[in-house]
Design a binder for this molecule. Sequence first.
Ligand code: MG
Length: 359
Amino acid sequence: MKITGVTTSTMVVPNGPPVNTFYAANTYVIARIETDAGIEGLGYTMLVGGMGAGAVRAYLKENIAPLIVGADPLQIGGIWQSMYENDRGLRKKGIPVYAMSAIDIGLWDILGKAVDRPVWHLFGAHSERVPVYGSGGFLSYSVDGIVAEAEAFQALGCRHYKFKLGLENVMENVDRVRRVREALGDNMEILVDANQRWDVATNIRVGRALEDYNLYWYEEPVLADNIAQCAEVAAAITIPVATGENEYTRYGFRDLIDARAAQYLNPDIHRCGGFSEMMKISHLAAAYDVKIAPHLVPELSIHVLVSIPNAALVEVLAGSPDDLWEHPPTIVDGHMAAPDRPGHGMNFSADAVKRYTAD
Ligand SMILES: [Mg+2]
C-alpha cells in the first residue's frame, strides 16, 4: 500500500457553556491520508482555544506531507521516526508533535481499516471499558454549580469528578473543596486541578490544607516546564499528584517519571505523539507502577486505555459539543467502552463538517 496524498483542513468547533467563557472554540486540524488501496485514514489534532492551529497546519502541509507521500502507511513506526528525525532544528515539543500526532492517528486508522479491526484489538486488548471521570468545575462556577455538575455525572454512574483550583484568595479554594466534599459525601472521588497557577510554596500550603478531604489527585500544581518543582510538591503533600497534559513524547514522560513528579500521568494523544507514542509512554509508566489517565480526547484515548495494565480513568469534559461525531463516545454505567468499528472508529458528522469547516 502507498500513501498518495494528505489533504488538510481546519474545523473551528464552538464550546458550550461554561467552557466558552475561557475558550470560545477549539480548532481541529485535520489530515486525511489517502492511499492507493482506496482506504482513507482520518488524522486530527485539537488545539484548545485554537492557539497555534495555523502553525500546526502549515507544518503538516509543508514539512510532513511531502515526507510521507509515497511511503507504505502500514510502516507506522518507520514513518513516526522519519517525522521525528525530519529536522534537527525544531525540538519535538509543541507545534511539530501536534502535527506528527495527527498523522500517527490517521495511520493507525488506515491499519485498522485494512485488517477490519478496531485499533485496540491491534494493541492487544486488556479490558473492554474504563471508568469515566467527569471534568469541569471552572473557576467561574459557584459551589452549587460544581455540586450540580458532579451530580449530573453521578447520575450517569460516574464515581469521579474533577474541578479547578486557582481562585486568587488561596484559602477560598480550600473552603470550596470542603463545601463540595460535604455536599457530595464520600460516594464520589474528587480530583482537583491547579492548571499550573501556583508556585511551590502555595501548592504545598493548599495541598496540606486539603489533606483532610480525601482527594483522589492534585493536578498540574506548577508550570509544566518545571519538572523539579512538580516533584517538590509531590514529595511534600500526601495527595497523589497528576501531571503531563503539557508534555511531549516518551522523553518528556521519562523525565517526569525519573523525577518522581507524579503518581498519575495525563498524556494528551494530540500532544504526546499519537497512538504510537501514548502506548510507549503507558508501558514506560507501567514499569514504574505509575497510572495513566489521558487528558481529554476520550474517543481516541480509550483505545490505549483498554490496552494497558495501568489505566486509571478516561476524562469527559462537561460542555463538549455533542454534534461533532457520527458516533459520539458514550458513558454507560459510569464507564466508556472502546468502539467496535474498524480503525479508530471516529468520523466527524456530515453536519459538523458543513457547519464548522473554516478552510
Ligand atoms: Mg488539567
